[in-house]
Design a binder for this molecule. Structure first.
Ligand code: ATP
Length: 242
């Protein structure tokens, strides 16, 4: 479970997040949607400790807490890296490693798993995202959509409590974007996979398909939280932000 409570974040004098609050339960898919510059990516980065914030609180699970105005303890950041997976727009794979090694890195280095166990885990998740034939390929030999699916497998391989997707399809052409959204959709439908998923995207049709809840973020505030059909209804809260 992720609970973001009244976060305030400044860059210099600019108040980027202005008391934003969001809750995401395990097994739930939440979409963060809103105008460009509204603070969506910043909020995501505050959740896994990539950005510090000045006020408010982030709690992940029962034991991990980031508090505004206080630099997080290193052990908290290490634990967060283990607990919260992140999928970026630009994939961020290790270019010199095979696909399999990319996915094994988390289980080995973050979880301390033996190589053989890490390999079994990595193969399972690569199979799951449809890349069972690509273990030995280097990232550069894959399409953008395939690279993003490796990044998703890598995020899943550490058995996370939550995965944060920061515009995962915006660097992709529509066909590959659809392919990646299908994978996220499939994970979202998996009742066994008790992971909280938060996705920042401008792909509204995908949000309507996969999100259990939509949070509309505008000028650093969550101005609406609720179901997608209501959020995007004609004359509804999303339209009011355009
Ligand atoms: N490192 C930084 N220094 C100064 N300002 C920043 C920094 N990072 C982000 N900002 C500003 O914070 C605001 C929110 O940015 P953010 O990327 O979180 O918005 P967003 O809602 O994700 O936008 P988009 O949909 O365009 O990705 C923007 O005005 C941006 O210019």
């Amino acid at each position: 479970m992720i609970r973001v409570s009244n976060i305030v974040k400044y860059h210099g004098d600019a108040r980027i997040l202005d008391g934003a609050s969001v809750e995401v339960r395990r097994g739930q898919v939440a979409a963060l949607v809103g105008p460009s510059g509204g603070g969506k990516s910043t909020l995501l980065r505050c959740i896994n400790g990539l950005e510090e914030f000045q006020e408010g609180e982030v709690a992940v699970g029962d034991s991990l807490k980031l508090v505004g105005g206080a630099a997080p303890h290193r052990s908290t950041l290490v634990a967060l890296r283990r607990t919260v997976g992140m999928v970026f727009q630009q994939f961020n794979l290790f270019p010199h490693m095979s696909v399999l090694k990319n996915v094994m890195a988390g289980p080995i280095h973050a979880l301390g798993k033996p190589t053989a166990e890490a390999e079994t885990t990595a193969k399972k998740w690569l199979d799951r995202v449809g890349l069972g034939q690509k273990f030995d390929a280097r990232p550069a030999q894959l399409s953008g959509g395939q690279q993003q699916r490796v990044a998703i497998a890598r995020a899943l391989a550490v058995n996370p409590t939550a995965i944060l997707f920061d515009e995962p399809t915006s660097a992709l052409d529509p066909k590959m974007a659809a392919e990646v959204m299908r994978v996220i959709d499939d994970l979202a439908d998996d009742e066994q996979l008790q992971v909280a998923m938060v996705i920042v995207t401008h792909d509204i049709p995908a949000v309507k398909r996969i999100a259990d809840v939509v949070h509309l973020l505008d000028k650093g505030r969550v101005v609406y939280s609720g179901p997608a059909d209501e959020a995007f209804a004609p004359g509804g809260p999303a339209e009011a932000l355009e």
